[in-house]
Write a protein of this length. Sequence first.
Length: 67
Amino acid sequence: MSEAFQAREWMTTTEATVYLGISSKTMTRLIREGVVETHNHPLDRRKKLVKFADIDSLKQTAERLAA
């Protein structure tokens, strides 16, 4: 896990896309299919947030399957 993300509880969907190394189109599909749950940003209604733990778990699962 990257040190920059260790202490974080939430991240934007854009940050999650970069962290997972996927395209924004793939992130949109994961959200639409219910794989990734989004929450409204409290200060900016244009942004959506995701739980870091959920994204990190998804990344670890993908890495295990790829190995």
